[in-house]
Write a protein that binds this ligand. Structure first.
Ligand SMILES: [Zn+2]
Length: 449
């Protein structure tokens, strides 16, 4: 035990320092007050009844109660399955069974990753099918069942590639540097997160959508002129063929540096011109503040901290025993009960179930923080759009159109905010636009509906 005492203390300190750095960066860079300045007459309260008809509110409520059961059930079942696999010997046994005919170590890791991620995907599939049928019933999904299943298969394929690469690297480090693998893992994790975010727009997005440049014409030149006026260098605006999947409206910024792109859903192009400008103004806000890059750097630091923590957990004999893996048999102490010398303890590929369980747990714990920060960053992008277009009325009608078309939750409860809401609700965003209007002495009538 004494041999792992020093690296454990060092990993614990590194993990604490990295998480403190994440907390400090988030505390200092999050726009806690996205619309600074005095609001004459005080802040406007979010109130769906002000801008949405009773029918629109009723439809949103009905949709919410239809999508919540599959969403919560899927979350709980997904968590339960991976935690049972990772924190009992079941996962190790499953991997042992799946890799029984595989001799070579890297291949055993690949097979274990493929088998486990596929099993987890299958466990979640009934709930996703249920959600998809609700989306169909409400006219939000335009996909046939086979096309939807093909999407699921593609996303499983992306998971396979990412997890296989990450875990092959991780287990190579664990085996080679049993006491100090966390240093390489933390550095490698940071680099992988940054690399993934950078290549995501060119490596992953095209798997799911086709993109083309927004056609030459008034809209394109207006949007590029607006970007120029805003001081954000934008070479191109891309359109995604989202309509083959959904009727919902959306736009986003992804990548950074040379892969940064502003993407509009093709569903958006039928919207009135000023509304498109309003939404592009929001995306320019993200681009101008480098929100993707900052999010990536914070995510990378968080992953690095989490990997140091992973070392502490993976060197806990109690946890390994709980996961059905013999904690002895590290490369420096041959003679452990593992099947191959140097392959036991944390380096045993059968610990992959435990690793995935811990990753899932960590992701779940981080989600509320991510959502909290994301909502403020989104509000800042909204404020940017308002400052750029100086047209709160159009902003309000755009938000109204977005909420109605996407059947957004108009009054999310506290749990929904914590678990799912990466953006403020439509009424929240409209209330902020009214704050802006009060600050600039402009009248904002309720949108025509
Ligand atoms: Zn946004």
């Amino acid at each position: 035990m004494s041999r792992t005492r020093r690296p454990r203390i060092a990993a614990g300190v590194a993990s604490a320092v990295l998480f403190a750095a994440v907390a400090a960066v988030l505390a200092l860079t999050t726009p806690w007050n996205p619309l600074p300045g005095h609001v004459p007459g005080g802040h406007v309260e979010a109130d769906p009844a002000l801008d949405f008809s009773t029918a629109e509110i009723a439809r949103s409520k009905a949709f919410d109660s239809a999508v919540n059961p599959p969403a919560y059930a899927g979350l709980l079942v997904g968590l339960a399955v991976i935690l049972v696999l990772g924190l009992t010997p079941l996962g190790a046994r499953f991997i042992g069974w799946a890799t029984a005919r595989t001799r070579r170590r890297p291949l055993r890791i690949v097979v274990a990753v493929l088998a486990l991620t596929t099993l987890l995907r299958l466990a979640g599939l009934p709930f996703d099918l249920w959600s998809e049928s609700v989306l169909h019933r409400y006219g939000l999904s335009t996909q046939s069942r086979p096309a939807w299943l093909l999407d699921q298969l593609k996303s499983l394929g992306v998971t396979w590639v990412v997890y296989t690469i990450a875990l092959l690297l991780l287990y190579a480090l664990v085996r080679r540097f049993p006491r100090y693998w966390w240093t390489g893992a933390a550095a490698g994790g940071f680099v992988l997160v940054v690399l993934m975010s950078f290549i995501y727009p060119i490596a992953v997005e095209p798997v799911f959508n086709k993109f083309h440049s927004l056609e030459r014409g008034q809209l394109r030149s207006d949007l590029l002129a607006m970007a120029k006026r805003d001081g954000v260098p934008v070479k191109d605006v891309l359109v995604a063929d989202a309509s083959r999947r959904t009727t919902s409206l959306n736009a986003y910024v992804s990548g950074f540096g040379s892969t940064r792109r502003i993407v509009l859903y093709d569903t958006l192009l039928k919207s009135p011109r000023p509304q498109i400008e309003s939404i592009v103004g929001h995306e320019l806000g993200h681009a101008k503040r480098d929100d993707v890059l900052w999010g990536t750097l914070v995510g990378g630091l968080g992953i690095a901290g989490a990997l140091c923590l992973l070392y502490l957990l993976m060197t806990s004999p109690r946890l390994l025993r709980r996961a059905g893996v013999d904690p002895g048999g590290t490369p420096e102490e041959p003679g452990g009960a593992s099947q191959e010398p140097g392959g036991g303890g944390a380096a045993d590929p059968r610990t992959i179930a435990l690793v995935l369980a811990l990753v899932t747990l960590g992701t779940q714990i981080a989600a509320p923080v991510q959502n909290l920060v994301s909502r403020r960053v989104e509000a800042r992008a909204d404020a940017h759009a308002l400052n750029l277009t100086r047209d709160p009325s159009t902003f309000v009608s755009m938000q109204h159109a977005l909420s109605v078309r996407n059947i957004s939750d108009l009054s999310p409860d506290a749990v929904e905010y914590v678990l799912w809401m990466s953006h403020p609700s439509g009424p929240d965003r409209i209330a902020m636009a009214r704050d802006w209007a009060r600050m600039h002495h402009v009248q904002v009538p309720p949108p025509r509906r």
